[in-house]
Design a protein around this ligand. Structure first.
Ligand code: PLP
Length: 233
């Protein structure tokens, strides 16, 4: 199946999942996870109506920006970002979803200040407490949000999480619900400069459960582009 058909199918499944839990399908955005897919594939996904593109690697982001691959859609950074590469990402993307340490937060703020901009970000939560994954511990999020008030060149728009790989539907429900609860806790604190508009959770295999748990953005790669080259071989 082609990219356009895949996007249409995912939209339909998103709508079903939303309606099943009484939510407006329009309240959930579809982010195309474009890693290892070329500029042409990215353009096809945008033409098919994805809401934004999410890139994982700085090198791929830079190359595709140079090819004008994301024209017509916002671009997000969703991979692990090293502090020494913030210059190549800050100001070049609409949202950095994967802010996983205070050090990175500081580096982004500093670079955004240098450019005279405010960079929108999400805090990444290591919701499954996996040693192999980056992200803040769930318990560190509220203190971090509080601390982030002192950074005038970043704006926290919400949270992102990549739960453990699941093999059966329902397996990640508790993680999604946990992330949603953290967002509710933040909102309850009524911080001046923080509004949790974006709860980025759910991927190809588990987005229906994420939507049932309050996701406002799902990130879909294989469901749109097919199996990635690195794993095709
Ligand atoms: C690759 C990736 C996705 C999409 O994963 P699929 O299972 O291919 O849908 C989502 N989020 C992040 C951060 C990714 O790296």
């Amino acid at each position: 199946m082609g990219i356009a058909e895949n996007v249409a199918r995912i939209r339909e499944q998103m709508a079903q999942a939303a309606i099943a839990c009484g939510r407006d399908p329009k309240s959930i955005a579809l982010c195309a996870a474009t890693k290892m897919n070329d500029a042409d594939a990215v353009r096809q996904a945008i033409a098919a109506g994805v809401d934004c593109c999410g890139e994982n690697r700085v090198q791929e982001l830079t190359a595709k920006l140079a090819q004008n691959a994301y024209a017509g859609a916002p671009v997000h950074f969703i991979g692990h970002l090293q502090t020494n590469k913030v210059r190549q990402v800050v100001g070049k993307v609409d949202l950095i979803q994967s802010v996983d340490s205070l050090r990175l937060l500081q580096a982004i703020d500093k670079e955004a200040a240098r450019q005279g901009i405010v960079q929108d970000i999400l805090l990444e939560v290591n919701i499954g407490e996996e040693a192999s994954k980056s992200g803040f511990a769930a318990g560190d999020i509220l203190p971090m949000v509080e601390k982030a008030g002192q950074f005038s060149n970043i704006c926290i728009k919400g949270l992102m999480a990549i739960p453990p790989i699941s093999h059966n539907s329902g397996e990640n429900l508790n993680y999604f619900q946990k992330l949603f609860q953290i967002s509710v806790d933040i909102t309850g604190k009524k911080y001046d400069n923080v509004k949790v508009d974006c709860l980025s959770m759910g991927m190809s295999g588990d987005f229906a459960d994420a939507i049932a748990s309050g996701s406002t953005m799902i990130r879909v790669g294989t469901g749109i582009f097919g199996v990635r080259n690195s794993v095709k071989a």
